[in-house]
Design a protein around this ligand. Structure first.
Ligand SMILES: Cc1cc2nc3c(=O)[nH]c(=O)nc-3n(C[C@H](O)[C@H](O)[C@H](O)COP(=O)(O)OP(=O)(O)OC[C@H]3O[C@@H](n4cnc5c(N)ncnc54)[C@H](O)[C@@H]3O)c2cc1C
Length: 387
């Protein structure tokens, strides 16, 4: 059976690319190994799919080549996707920081993509396993449901995170088969495991604090959440895209108050330190953290040097992490098919004609907040215009 284009992976990028190519009258086959398409979309955003962000900029993405994403993001913008969502009468709302979510359910986004694919007469085969891919003039894809040939082949099988819903290393294997460079992959948008102090983390599990988390030049001000093994919460997930092993992360646990000034101004205060600090920090945190780090006595009994030590612990807590919670918990995969290998206009491989890589598989990883879906739509759109 011959197609103009075969797309492997019926996730965000694959379905989007298919509907765009189909609109141009191309004969397209989408191959998905799961029984259901778009499983990651379904579980995304807590079931409400944070489908884009109003303010997408190239700076919101991590890649060896920070310029690579610009062309695709400029050609298919968040506003374009918002128009599509509106056309399908899907209600949405802005949760915070430009993040747009479905009001009802992420099912609506999958239904929308499927409706567009139906309109463009795309053939989608689920429960279909690819056994082999080869290329002469055309690509030949051997599967559990027969053999197919096509002029163009698009690999859209996503990253390694959440293997329990069907993530595989398929795309990276195909990249290797064609001798393409891969930037080392790592779990990202993921909780971090503390190198020390397991005991105090257990006691603090569940505590959430508005904090400013920094690594190198990158800083995020959002909540952090203590877990049994370390830290999670949006600010930590964001910094996990940048974090490197054996280097400390700096956390300002009181970004709205300079603790040194506060203690200085209140140096005659007779409240115990933990009670005093509970005006700027959650009670449980103040109790556990302070009791472990300092002797808990009235504020007026701390000398200047001690006050400065306390302030520095709170405004600039240096913490080392031993690792991440891994691909089982990570929202995305950092790294992937090197952008050096691809055209930023079309996502086609420079060295293998008519072979395309799109979505999370490529070395372009977005921040938390709808950026990764926008990359899936934009890169899918770019390839969809040419396959
Ligand atoms: C829990 C969770 C929540 C998330 N929430 C958000 C959010 O709210 N906003 C946001 O922007 N991003 C979110 N993300 C990230 C986002 O889901 C991904 O970045 C996005 O889905 C990537 O799109 P993709 O098409 O490249 O890959 P995917 O959507 O993962 O699609 C890949 C498809 O390929 C299929 N596949 C894999 N291997 C094979 C194979 N060998 N043969 C055939 N098919 C195969 C998979 O089954 C899948 O259907 C979330 C991720 C997770 C895990």
């Amino acid at each position: 059976m011959k197609f103009d284009a075969i797309i492997i992976g019926a996730g965000a990028a694959g379905l989007f690319c298919a509907m765009e190519a189909g609109r141009r009258g191309r004969k397209v086959l989408v191959i998905e190994h799961n029984a259901q398409v778009g499983r990651k979309i379904l579980i995304s955003g807590g079931g409400r799919c944070n489908f884009t962000n109003r303010a997408v900029k190239p700076e919101n993405f991590v890649s060896r080549n920070p310029h690579f994403c610009k062309s695709a993001l400029a050609r298919y913008t968040p506003q374009d996707f918002i128009e599509l969502v509106k056309k399908h009468r899907i209600e949405f709302y802005e949760k915070k920081l430009g993040q747009l979510f479905c009001r009802e359910s992420s099912h609506q986004i999958v239904e929308m993509l499927l409706a567009e694919c139906r309109k463009a007469t795309i053939e989608i085969r689920t429960n279909c396993t690819v056994k082999n891919i080869s290329k002469n003039d055309l690509f030949r894809v051997e599967t559990s449901q027969g053999n197919f040939i096509a002029e163009s082949l698009v690999i859209a099988t996503g990253g390694l995170s959440f293997p329990k819903i069907g993530a595989t290393d398929f795309g990276y294997r195909i990249a290797r088969q064609f001798d393409l460079k891969i930037v080392e992959t790592k779990p990202a948008l993921v909780a971090l495991v503390a190198a020390n102090s397991a005991a105090s983390f257990k006691k603090l599990a569940g505590v959430s604090i508005d904090a400013s988390v920094s690594f190198g030049k990158q800083s995020f001000r959002e909540n952090i959440l203590f877990t049994h093994r370390g830290l999670s919460g949006p600010a930590i997930l964001q910094i996990s895209n940048y974090w490197q092993k054996n280097k400390t992360v700096s956390i300002d646990l009181s970004p709205s108050a300079d603790v040194s000034e506060l203690l200085e101004k209140n140096s005659e205060n007779r409240q115990n330190l933990d009670n005093f600090l509970s005006r700027i920090l959650p009670n449980r945190f103040a109790e556990v953290f302070i009791a472990e780090q300092f002797s808990n006595k009235p504020v007026n009994q701390f000398g200047k040097t001690e006050r400065e030590q306390i302030a520095s612990k709170l405004n600039d807590w240096q913490i080392e992490f031993s690792g991440t919670e891994g691909y089982d918990k990570a929202e995305v995969t950092l790294g992937g098919v090197s952008t050096d290998e691809l055209s930023s206009q079309t996502m086609e491989c420079k060295r293998v004609k008519n072979l395309y890589f799109i979505g999370e598989l490529v070395d372009v990883t977005g921040w938390l907040g709808g950026y990764n879906f926008q990359w899936a739509w934009s890169s899918g759109f770019a390839a969809g215009q040419v396959v």
